[in-house]
Design a protein around this ligand. Structure first.
Ligand code: PLP
Length: 461
């Protein structure tokens, strides 16, 4: 592909070497596309096809992907929705419906926020399908981070970021202290940005709300503060800022007065070169964890193009790069679940799906309220709960001078038969336990906290 527009954008200058290099060559797609239109005998597709009657007893005369008849017993979907490959970027209809879903989730009011809505609709790429949110994060990090580049992430974060960024890519995590008391530590965030801006030609950060492991969601005021810092930094340093927005737990918000939609939307509306990438997926959002379907949606800036033709070209250039990445890593994603997602929204409707999911959200909210009120009964002066407003987890800090998180987890498991995840990163001032209350029945929460309390008492002796 000939890249005409993309190299002139600040997005391109933020790419890593891989990001600059990767693209999807025409090769097979060029020849199979031509064959579809021009050939009488097509021998381009790497998947076995035949007349059904030739490979299935009692089969008909339809030309189908060859399949094992037993596979039919496990799903009512058509065989054409189960066995074939989908295209590299994902099934077009699923991508398009997720784009609508992404717009739906903005909750922009069509009458009052017309301009915001039309900008959102116009300046995003068609979401690219990834192998779950993890693959989207991996893709985004690889596209922007060279080994030794730094990315800003809070000290309390999902551990898999470290696997991807430090161990796999060899880049560095510039960690900042997430909280000061019960609020985001804005000063620490600002200091991290200033530090990176002085040593790097791009600023890359990753935000995840509701956060894993704490369940934190910023208040609206904090959201505004984050945005102000990013704007001021972009203007001061005149370097592109890439914000990876990990929205894995997007709909699970249990409190008022916090951001009630992804921070992606506000970042997307900014004119400055603050470039948000939304990474979401069916995993937690539609409760289909093993379906392994995620979406990578990049927000564009109107100033990058001078007309609609350039905008369309830019989108196709970005999509080509993303497809090149997917092709080189996992080739393409699970087709069955792409069809399921499309059917859910197309046949049932988005309002219906939201209502159906609401039962689970309400159930989790009750657990959220219960665990928060039970944890207020913690007796130990060496344990404190982080602020939280949603997600699947809650985090209890332990005083590292008295209780090491891994020792505590071991004791809790052995003596009280309670399993939680310890996170012990003393160099980043983190020592505590993550409790996945999402997987504990409401009735068991008081007992869970009772046992944690007893285990803490053992460390006080
Ligand atoms: C913060 C966060 N992001 C991403 C993921 C991964 O999502 P997926 O299963 O879609 O790869 C998880 C899963 O635990 C997570 O906690």
């Amino acid at each position: 592909m000939n890249f005409e527009i993309l190299p002139k954008t600040p997005l391109y200058s933020a790419f890593s070497d891989i990001g600059k290099r990767i693209f999807l060559p025409d090769g097979i797609f060029y020849w199979s596309g031509r064959a579809k239109n021009e050939a009488e005998l097509i021998g381009t597709l790497g998947a076995a096809y035949g007349y059904e009657r030739d490979f299935i007893d009692g089969g008909n005369s339809e030309w189908l992907p060859c399949y094992l008849k037993e596979v039919r017993e496990y799903s009512e979907l058509s065989i054409k929705e189960i066995v074939p490959y989908t295209s590299i970027g994902g099934l077009q209809e699923t991508r398009k419906i997720w784009e609508k879903w992404l717009i739906y989730k903005s909750y922009y009011n069509e009458n009052i926020e017309k301009e915001l809505l039309s900008r959102l609709k116009k300046y995003i790429i068609t979401p690219e399908i990834t192998g779950g949110v993890t693959h989207g994060i991996f893709q985004a990090c690889t596209l922007f981070l060279n080994p030794n580049d730094s990315i800003i992430i809070p000290n309390k974060r999902w551990g898999n970021y470290d696997n991807i960024i430090s161990k796999f890519i060899g880049a560095k995590i510039k960690s900042f202290e997430f909280f000061r008391g019960k609020e985001i530590n804005i000063e620490s965030f600002k200091t991290a940005i200033n530090k990176i801006a002085k040593t790097q030609e791009k600023i890359i950060l990753l935000l995840n709300f509701p956060n894993n492991p704490t369940g934190y969601v910023p208040t609206k005021k904090e959201g505004d503060e984050i945005i102000k810092i990013l704007r001021d930094s972009q203007i001061t340093y005149n370097k592109p800022i890439i914000v990876l927005v990990d929205d894995a737990y997007e709909p699970y918000i249990f409190k008022d007065h916090v951001l009630n939609r992804s921070i992606f939307y506000d970042l997307h509306q900014l004119n400055e070169n603050i470039i948000p990438i939304k990474l979401d997926g069916i995993t937690k959002e539609l409760l289909i964890y093993g379906g392994r379907i995620g979406f990578f949606t990049l927000g564009l800036k109107p100033s990058w193009v001078s007309n609609d033709e350039e905008l369309a070209l830019l989108k196709s250039e970005i999509n080509n790069k993303l497809e090149g990445f997917t092709r080189a890593t996992i080739s393409n994603c699970n087709s069955f679940y792409q069809y399921v997602v499309h059917k859910l929204f197309f046949e049932k409707g988005m309002n219906h799906i939201v209502q159906s999911r609401d039962t689970v959200i309400k159930m989790l909210k009750k657990r959220y309220e219960s665990i928060n009120s039970e944890l207020m009964k913690l007796r130990s002066p060496n344990a404190s709960v982080d602020p939280n407003s949603g997600g699947f987890f809650i985090f209890v800090n332990l005083n590292p001078n008295k209780i090491k998180a891994t020792e505590f987890a071991d004791h809790l498991l052995k003596e009280y038969k309670v399993g939680i995840i310890p996170i012990e990163k003393l160099e980043e001032n983190v020592n505590g336990i993550r409790i996945a209350y999402c997987s504990i029945d409401l009735n068991q929460i008081p007992e869970l906290v009772r046992r944690i309390n007893s285990a803490l008492d053992d460390f006080e002796k």
